[in-house]
Ligand binder design. Structure first.
Ligand SMILES: [Zn+2]
Length: 206
């Protein structure tokens, strides 16, 4: 791509570093910003800078939060005896959108993936096991994507919980294999949480 301006080229190059944004899309976005009033760009860059410098993760569930405990963990309306184990923050948002779930979350920060060099120690698994050891959690719902990495992660956690007083379940797999939670429609996702099945039976089925 040939640019008539170095400034334009730099902006397009930076923008196209984002996932899913190719050079053409980056150019379209940059030209769009140039057509907007100048403060639009200031608001955008300031919001991104503030996000980076002020970002905080909930001390309990590792969700992104502006406060030490996120709004979900801090809410007296939530049922702290149920914890839904998810891969990342987008899953929390997707499940919250269903309005079908009143428990808490635990954000792992990824899945076990030897191919990508992600081991259990790179994820928020130890803090999950400690949480269960405290005794307030009665049920863990595994809501990782149904990929081999997701299954491996579920099983690893399940093994870590052996001997502890906790029920494990997995969201009903009406969601076809390989689908990411965030792309599943709210009704299907809501239903799959309500119709969750004991984790043991999901292992036997495989
Ligand atoms: Zn939290």
């Amino acid at each position: 791509m040939e640019f008539s301006s170095k400034l334009l080229e730099n902006a397009v190059n930076e923008m196209s570093q984002l996932p899913g944004i190719g050079k053409r899309t980056a150019l379209r976005l940059v030209l769009h910003l140039l057509k907007q009033p100048e403060e639009r760009t200031s608001f955008l860059s300031q919001a991104l800078m503030n996000l980076r410098s002020g970002i905080n993760f909930c001390a309990s569930c590792h969700n992104i939060s502006d406060t030490e405990l996120c709004e979900i963990c801090a809410s007296p309306k939530r049922d702290e005896s149920i914890v839904c184990v998810v891969e990342d923050i987008r899953d929390v948002m997707a499940i919250e959108n269903t309005s079908q779930y009143i428990g808490l979350y635990h954000v792992l920060g990824g899945k076990i993936s030897p191919m990508e060099g992600v081991g259990p120690q790179n994820l928020n698994i130890a803090s999950l096991v400690n949480k269960v050891k405290k005794g307030t959690v009665k049920e863990l719902i595994f809501a990782l994507s149904s990929t081999m990495e997701g299954d491996t992660t579920n099983f690893y956690i399940y093994r870590q919980l052996e001997g502890l007083e906790v029920t494990t379940s997995t969201i009903a797999r009406g969601i076809s294999v390989g689908d990411e939670l965030e792309y599943t429609d709210e009704v299907t996702l809501g239903r799959s949480i309500l119709n969750r099945v004991p984790f043991e039976s999901s292992i036997k089925a495989n």
